[in-house]
Ligand binder design. Structure first.
Ligand SMILES: C[S@@+](CC[C@H](N)C(=O)[O-])C[C@H]1O[C@@H](n2cnc3c(N)ncnc32)[C@H](O)[C@@H]1O
Length: 211
């Protein structure tokens, strides 16, 4: 069994409360744009409370949404009932996807690669399940390019990751995606203050494909 991050049930409950406020501040629009290119068979890792489900386009034939946290998974199950495309919600982690090799058209990761124990392990699993030409759609917060802010994020990461469900604010996620052998085709970088009073954090919204 691959290593996953330590489960923090309190984080799931806190995210269920904070997430809708993030959505209202702009995260919902980021999610809509994230899944615009989705089509065919989709796996969404760390689906949370299902905030992305309403935005899946009609070109999607089905979504397998994996969520390890029980509180968030319960909310995702409810959200799946009103999704515009068929969504199946299951307990599961991104390090071990319950699908066959080269069987998936699109994998979606929204604010999850910050939280997994080892990004390279998850990305190897994404590469395994994607068909040739398949896409990884990602929306993640990443380490700041500003020298001082980046160092500040490095300093807070050990404590932050303990209280925030394993979240690492200092990861260069797009570079790790490219190192995993996926071709990053589109990458938008922007600052986003997810909650009132929070500093804007660097975010990326992108598409990477398997050759
Ligand atoms: C910040 S929340 C984002 C949730 C959702 N994707 C969204 O955009 O609202 C991080 C999510 O990653 C999930 N998660 C953490 N570690 C995971 C892992 N190893 N595999 C799959 N999901 C994981 C958490 O349970 C949580 O739902």
């Amino acid at each position: 069994m691959p290593e996953t991050n330590r489960r923090v049930p309190a984080f799931g409950r806190a995210f269920a409360r904070a997430g809708p406020r993030m959505d209202a501040r702009g995260a919902a629009e980021h999610r809509r744009r994230l899944v615009e290119p989705a089509h065919g068979a989709v796996v969404e890792i760390g689906a949370g409370y299902g905030a992305t489900f309403p935005f899946y386009p009609a070109a999607v034939t089905g979504v397998l949404a994996l969520e390890p946290d029980p509180t968030l998974r319960g909310l995702a199950l409810a959200a799946a009932r009103t999704a515009p495309v068929p969504v199946t919600v299951k307990d599961g982690v991104a390090e071990s996807l319950p699908v066959a090799d080269a069987s998936v058209d699109v994998v979606v990761s929204s604010l999850v690669l910050c939280s997994v124990a080892e990004q390279s392990v998850v990305l190897a699993e994404v590469v395994r399940v994607l068909r040739p030409g398949g896409l990884l759609l990602f929306y993640e917060h990443v380490r700041s390019a500003h020298r001082i802010l980046g160092v500040a994020e490095d300093l807070v990461t050990p404590l932050w990751s303990r209280v925030a469900g394993g979240c690492h604010p200092n990861r260069d996620t797009a570079a790790v995606i490219a190192r995993a052998g996926l071709a990053v085709q589109g990458l938008e970088r922007f600052g986003f203050s997810a909650l009132r009073g929070n500093p804007p954090l660097a975010h990326v919204l992108g598409v990477a494909s398997k050759s």
